[in-house]
Design a protein around this ligand. Structure first.
Ligand SMILES: Nc1ncnc2c1ncn2[C@@H]1O[C@H](COP(=O)(O)OP(=O)(O)OP(=O)(O)O)[C@@H](O)[C@H]1O
Ligand SMILES: [Mg+2]
Length: 369
């Protein structure tokens, strides 16, 4: 029997736990052609949520089409143009000749369309154009969804949207074009809070107040309890509530780590989970993440390391007034360090400062403090 838990990739079907509220809201937004920003920390479930939502919409509406493009690895304009063009072509889900025909009808300039077979055996569509044509081609490509939207119900997903900053001129251009696309829904996913905040909340930036913000909360303990118990039961193993509580105390419901820890526990369990198995699984998890955590730690300045220690000892509460903090770092240095740690997406603040990554916090408490 295969492990009912998984981590790293997109989760679907049975492995997808809850998020029913967000799913319903996002579906309605897409149907309303609303543009939406979903920010959440890395490995929090953004991509899984959006892909599940569009999969359901595809089932429900035969004329629904979605275009998915991940900006993470794209480094320049030409690459963006071709990846976006290919993503649009693929989303059509029509036979080859029909795809070419449709693509031509969406374009104004009639550039040369190329089709080739990738190493993995997939058809890849791209455009042939010279360097001085690239601005016009970009304009044409960015406008394709509007034409596309006249025939289908279209949703465009830009994953890791903050990376658009690194492609010269694209942020301005994209905003100026898509504001006229009232028949299309654009979904922007982002995982770097300070960059995303600057992009959407800074009055000088093109995307200022241009989208609805959809908040992704952690999956609640109750939902996790239900999902975890069910997954063990369906694979003829048992887990009791106390152990699930222990899991959630460590992961704080953070989706990736909850799946990762459950995955290891399931692997080690023959019939029923006990404390011993839980501890062994936790050690496996910490071993897997150790190098990554060390790399984060090594990348910090001395003051930033001190500031993290202060957040740990004070639990992030009243850090500037705490006696213990003053002994370690001057308030002004602490303030500078905290600001940097927030920019680096290590800390965040609600009513107190907290670690974005619950396992990194756990590891620091165990190894460093
Ligand atoms: N709804 C969910 N139910 C159960 N597990 C989930 C859910 N969403 C995410 N996960 C877990 O979290 C992991 C990361 O999910 P996903 O890749 O969707 O997150 P992300 O926010 O897009 O991450 P990144 O910022 O790295 O792109 C998944 O591999 C899975 O283990
Ligand atoms: Mg993702």
């Amino acid at each position: 029997m295969s492990n009912p838990f998984s981590f790293g990739g997109v989760v679907k079907e049975k492995k997808f736990c809850n998020r029913t509220g967000e799913l319903k809201e996002l579906k309605q937004d897409i149907l309303n052609n609303q543009n939406v920003l979903i920010y959440a920390p890395r490995r929090f479930g953004k991509t899984s949520l959006v892909l599940k939502t569009v999969d359901e919409l595809k089932e429900e509406y035969k004329d629904f089409r979605f275009v998915y493009i991940d900006l993470m690895t794209i480094t320049d304009k030409r690459e963006f143009i071709n990846k976006y063009f290919n993503a649009i072509a693929k989303s059509l889900e029509t036979p080859f000749d029909k795809t070419i025909e449709a693509l031509k009808s969406f374009l104004r300039l009639k550039p040369i369309i190329k089709a080739s077979i990738s190493d993995t055996g997939n058809m890849v569509f791209s455009l042939d154009f010279s360097r001085n044509e690239s601005d016009n081609v970009l304009d044409d490509i960015l406008n394709m969804p509007m034409k596309y939207g006249e025939k289908y119900k279209v949703c465009i997903v830009f994953d890791e949207f903050q990376e658009i900053e690194n492609i010269e001129g694209l942020e301005n251009k994209l905003r100026s074009v898509i504001q006229n696309h009232s028949n299309v829904s654009y979904i922007f996913l982002g995982s770097k809070k300070s960059i995303i905040n600057a992009m959407f909340s800074d009055t000088k930036r093109p995307f200022y107040k241009s989208v609805k913000h959809l908040t992704l909360s952690p999956i609640s303990y109750e939902d996790w309890k239900r999902c975890i118990t069910k997954a063990f039961k369906e694979t003829s193993k048992m887990i009791n509530e106390d152990i699930i509580e222990d899991i959630l105390k460590i992961t704080k419901g953070f989706p990736y780590y909850t799946q990762q820890l459950c995955y290891e526990i399931w692997e080690l369990t023959e019939k029923e989970v006990d404390e011993n198995i839980f501890n062994m699984a936790l050690n496996r998890l910490l071993k897997q993440e150790r190098e990554y955590f060390i790399a984060i730690w090594d990348n910090l300045t001395q003051n930033q390391k001190k500031a993290l220690k202060i957040v740990l000892t004070t639990n992030g509460d009243n850090i500037y007034g705490d006696e213990r903090a003053i002994g370690i770092l001057k308030p002004s240095s602490l303030q500078t360090a905290i600001k940097k740690l927030i920019e680096k997406d290590i800390l965040d603040k609600k009513d107190r400062y907290y670690f974005q990554d619950p396992l990194f916090e756990y590891w620091l408490r165990k190894e460093i403090v």
